[in-house]
Design a protein around this ligand. Structure first.
Ligand SMILES: [Zn+2]
Length: 273
């Protein structure tokens, strides 16, 4: 879990900006069309909340000034061509493949068994239940910052093979902080979940609005409570190894439940800062 992975620089590029067939409708897709990245969608024109159809799922857009906005996930295994539909408009995207790497892990049978423990599954379901939908408008302002000033120890998206047979993948990125090191909110938001998981350890989930959530696992302790509003840079807890791990922060960012590349939020498209 200590293998350092260097990731290429990110370019937030405008993908599509076009006037639709229906007069006054303006759809803009921004971000990087890459597997595992967030896609930033805005639409001007409709009077009622439009619903996006993307990769077989529906996402309701949220009002933001005179625009509707949503941040939708490009799945880590999204096919090379995908079509986004909203308000009678269609945009076909060429999605770049990204190789996030592979990790072979040997762990004790009891640790491996704990992943399948019904309580661990219930811990994960409780998180998923609070991050599927949102009515929160965009709560962040500016580019995000890393929640812990520590080197990356395991990158986002690595496929994993445990003990030669059990498959998984790394849904967040690991920051090798020391026990007790401050964890700060990477952006403004609202704490929507605080729990003590058996594998995830002490867990916090923050809603940042528009369907974007961040979560923090294995924390030593909490500095904020459920339903508290947090500012960017505010301490939310400290690094720990709860759940039975060496101390580190496992940090996830998700769009409507699906894990996306956390570093994409450190360099946002201009309209989304
Ligand atoms: Zn991790």
């Amino acid at each position: 879990m200590r293998r350092r992975q260097f990731l290429g620089g990110l370019a937030a590029t405008a993908l599509v900006s076009a006037v639709g067939a229906q007069e006054g409708l303006r759809l803009s897709l921004q971000g990087s069309a890459v597997q595992g990245f967030p896609l930033f969608v805005s639409l001007t024109g409709p009077t009622e909340a439009p619903e996006i159809d993307w990769q077989g799922k529906q996402y309701k857009m949220v009002s933001s000034g005179e625009r509707w906005r949503a941040v939708v996930p490009i799945d880590i295994d999204c096919p090379a061509q995908a079509t986004l539909k909203v308000a009678g408009l269609e945009r076909s995207l060429s999605v770049k493949h990204r190789n996030y790497g592979m990790q072979y892990l040997s762990i004790s049978p009891s640790t491996l068994a704990s992943y399948d423990d019904p309580q661990n599954k219930a811990d994960d379901v409780a998180i998923l239940n609070v991050i599927k939908r949102t009515e929160d408008p965009q709560l962040w302002k500016g580019n995000w910052v890393l929640p812990c000033q520590a080197p990356e120890s395991t990158g986002f998206g690595q496929k994993r093979l445990y003990n030669g047979w059990k498959k998984g993948w790394h849904k967040g990125l690991d920051l090798a902080g020391w026990e007790g090191q401050a964890i700060t909110a990477p952006a403004a938001g609202r704490v929507i979940h605080r729990a003590r998981g058996i594998v995830n350890g002490n867990t916090l989930v923050i809603s940042h609005g528009l369907g974007v959530f961040s979560s923090y696992f294995h924390m030593n302790d909490f500095a904020v409570g459920a339903n508290e509003t947090v500012e960017a840079g505010q301490q939310i807890g400290s690094v720990g190894g709860t759940g039975g791990f060496a101390p580190h922060l496992h940090w996830e960012t998700r769009c409507y439940g699906a894990p996306v590349f956390p570093k994409a939020f450190l360099q946002l498209p201009a309209d989304w800062r």
